[in-house]
Design a protein around this ligand. Sequence first.
Ligand SMILES: Nc1ncnc2c1ncn2[C@@H]1O[C@H](COP(=O)(O)OP(=O)(O)OP(=O)(O)O)[C@@H](O)[C@H]1O
Ligand SMILES: [Mg+2]
Length: 396
Amino acid sequence: MNIRARVLESQLARAARAFPALLLTGPRRSGKTTLLRHVFPKADYRLLEDPDELARVRNDPRGFVASLRRPAIIDEIQNAPDLFNYLRTLVDAHPQAKGRFLLTGSQEAPLMQGVTESMAGRVAIFQLLPFSHEENAKVSLLLGGFPEALARPGQASLWFRSYLQTYLERDVRAVSAIRDLLTFRRFLALLATRHGQILNKTELAAPLGLSVPAVGQWLSILEITGQVLLVPPFFENLGKRLIKSPKVYFVDSGLVCHLLGIDSLAALKRSAFLGPIFEGQVASEIVKAQINRGKRREIYFFRDQQGLEVDFVVPTGPGRLAFIEAKSTQTLRPTMAAGLLRLQKASHRYKTDAFVVCPGASPSGFGGLGSGVRGLGLDDLVGEPLGLRVWSSQMR
Ligand SMILES: Nc1ncnc2c1ncn2[C@@H]1O[C@H](COP(=O)(O)OP(=O)(O)OP(=O)(O)O)[C@@H](O)[C@H]1O
Ligand SMILES: [Mg+2]
């Protein structure tokens, strides 16, 4: 199999030289196991999934830990969270030894509790999301970025269906007592229709006969497991802030297309959701670019009382902000820059850059937007516009 380079590789390699342990989390099927095995090919590899192996580990955690050759990859460690205590003992006995334990696990609440409580400061934590556009040019609105959806585009629809059943629902069940999976599926479908909107839990709860706290809990599971992205409002007093709720997006555009029943490019182009789905892809790409480079995830939206709206505000350096509008069109018009220019005027405390991001390649010049605002293709979004280093797979 042809393994593609991931941007996160260099962060993992670097962290393995600085921390005794690493933990790689992220949504199911995003490529965690493949990535760890690729970056640490000589590591002892143990998968905690097989029931017999698990029973052995649970019966004799000390023996299991002692049997590990180091470095060791322990895959799916959430299945044996007690191991954290034993690993900590080993780490503390030789705190100067780095990169000894390389762990993966779904970022579920119990797992994270185990880590934060018992291994705080000793473990570097990373999240791997599906492929980004810079990692794999096949990433698209319709297919999203999951490696398996991209490997067999003809079967993507089938793949997403089984993904929802096998992985998502299993993750969700592992974290909370959601027994009513049918309602959970309806919840996902309803949430997909709110993709790109300001989160309103009451509106999500009512049609499903759920309580608002239940919706909050389901959403936080989806967020923790890397399926859903909540984009908070920008808090600076550039204008009067009214909105406190975040905007909600599915991380993977392929998954949201599937949930909306969009199964072809023609259907996507016709769909009323095209705009929000593209906006979500831009949000996802920004977040992937940040976290894959070991940076904090930082993205906001802007909306004020006077009706001024800008899709995304991204801090790009000290005192510097990028204002970004996402437009799923190849034809940029000056009206598309109006909000960006108004927000730029209102934010004199910052150095600002303004972009209208469209699919594909960048238009030449200002792309018809008028001066001050740059038209940017999704191909060129990551890198200098976001204040990040450009990555290429040759950099590994
Ligand atoms: N870098 C890559 N290049 C090509 N294919 C990949 C890459 N990473 C993952 N894949 C493919 O995607 C699928 C899922 O990968 P992998 O098992 O590593 O994901 P995972 O996040 O560990 O999944 P799970 O949550 O089920 O443990 C596999 O079929 C794998 O071959
Ligand atoms: Mg795995």
